[in-house]
Design a protein around this ligand. Structure first.
Ligand code: CAA
Ligand code: NAI
Length: 310
């Protein structure tokens, strides 16, 4: 065995061992993202506890998962109804729910947080979880825009902390950004990568920089579209048609903002505007602020730039 083979074999077996140890996953937040992450984890053989402070959000997530998993099973086992039904019932059987985060991490190997994009709320949660979770548990945040290092600083397990940034809709989007902070240990980083692959995702390594890779490019693009609309240069529909047919995007920027959630878009840009006031790409939009204040959050509220059936 060459030195290189020995090294990669050793590295792989060490990370594989750690990832194999990731059997129990607790997902905190059962909104758009948390529900998707919990679903895919259950589909790929993990025992999952999906938690939300809001019982109504848990109930809504269960309905969304039931509908989504049907679509996944139909595609995966086309023509074999028996296998599709077995796949669905086994996955649903691995999925538990709770409204108590602290009580849900006692046997977790991995905690993935997908709650509201607010640093104070995320820090408060992780501080409590740090006391309750076993020593070996890896903590990860699905934040779109907040520094992982700042979330992790309230815990005593920065070596077992990283970012696991999924994309919406989680059951469909293949990418997983794996974010490491300087303190993230090599074992933790590798375990997160192997777990991501076990979830069926393609992983990319990201530094803890604003928006990591995708959102650093996507968020300024979305806000530049809103500025174009605010200036009256073109309508939302025409900008969407242009970007789909002229640039090959599956959704135009306004469809995408409605899909992501205008509140999430606002949380991201407000945070960056505060942190980097000199950057013209990170300026909030009056139009978006007004829409969020009116409760127009996109698909999830039934209205955003477009209207949707509830
Ligand atoms: C803000 C952040 O931090 C980061 C982010 O997430 S940014 C947002 C990233 N996401 C994107 O950019 C999404 C862009 N949009 C798309 O890729 C596509 O429009 C889409 C996948 C959402 C929908 O695709 P579409 O072709 O318009 O619709 P549709 O035909 O309904 O779906 C395509 C396939 O995905 C499946 N699908 C779509 N949504 C699904 C869901 N929620 N669950 C399971 N399967 C789903 C469908 O079953 C369908 O499968 P087949 O092709 O086998 O029939
Ligand atoms: N919407 C998107 O397209 C993407 C969002 N993200 C990130 O994922 C996270 C979640 O976003 P969404 O799912 O879109 O939000 P969402 O608004 O759909 O869901 C958030 C959920 O968190 C719950 N929650 C809030 N505080 C909580 C707490 N202390 N404990 C337990 N649950 C709590 C809420 O009740 C809500 O159900 C955010 O950090 C966001 O930036 C990441 C990738 C894509």
């Amino acid at each position: 065995m060459s030195f290189f083979t020995a090294l990669t074999t050793r590295t792989f077996s060490s990370s594989a061992r750690m990832a194999a140890a990731i059997k129990n996953v607790t997902v905190i937040g059962s909104g758009l993202m948390g529900a998707g992450i919990a679903q895919v984890a259950a589909q790929t053989g993990h025992t999952v506890t999906m938690v939300d402070i809001d019982k109504a959000a848990v109930d809504k997530a269960e309905k969304r998962i039931a509908a989504s998993i049907q679509r996944v099973a139909k595609k995966k086992f086309s023509g074999d109804e028996g296998e599709a039904t077995k796949f669905i019932s086994e996955a649903i059987g691995r999925l538990n729910t709770s409204t108590d985060a602290v009580a849900s991490v006692g046997s977790a190997d991995l905690v993935v947080e997908a709650i509201v994009e607010n640093i104070g709320v995320k820090q408060k949660l992780f501080k409590e979880l740090d006391q309750a979770a076993p020593e070996h548990t890896i903590f990860a945040s699905n934040t779109s825009s907040l520094p992982i290092g700042k979330i992790a600083e309230v815990t005593d397990r920065k070596d077992r902390f990283g970012g696991l940034h999924f994309f919406n809709p989680v059951p469909v989007m293949k990418l997983l950004e794996v974010v490491r902070i300087p303190e993230t240990s090599q074992d933790t980083y590798e375990a997160m990568c192997v777990w991501g692959k076990n979830m069926g995702k393609v992983t990319v390594e990201c530094k803890d920089t604003p928006g990591f890779i995708v959102n650093r490019l996507l968020v300024p693009y979305m806000f530049e579209s809103v500025r174009m609309l605010e200036r009256g240069d073109a309508s939302a529909r025409d900008i969407d048609v242009a970007m789909k047919l002229g640039a090959g995007y599956p959704m135009g920027p306004f469809e995408l903002m409605d899909y992501v959630g205008l509140d999430t878009g606002k949380f991201i840009i407000d945070g960056w505007a505060k942190e980097y006031p000199e950057n013209p790409l990170y300026q909030p939009s009056e139009l978006l602020n007004k829409m969020v204040a009116e409760g127009k959050l996109g698909v999830k509220s039934g209205e955003g730039f477009y209207t949707y059936k509830k």
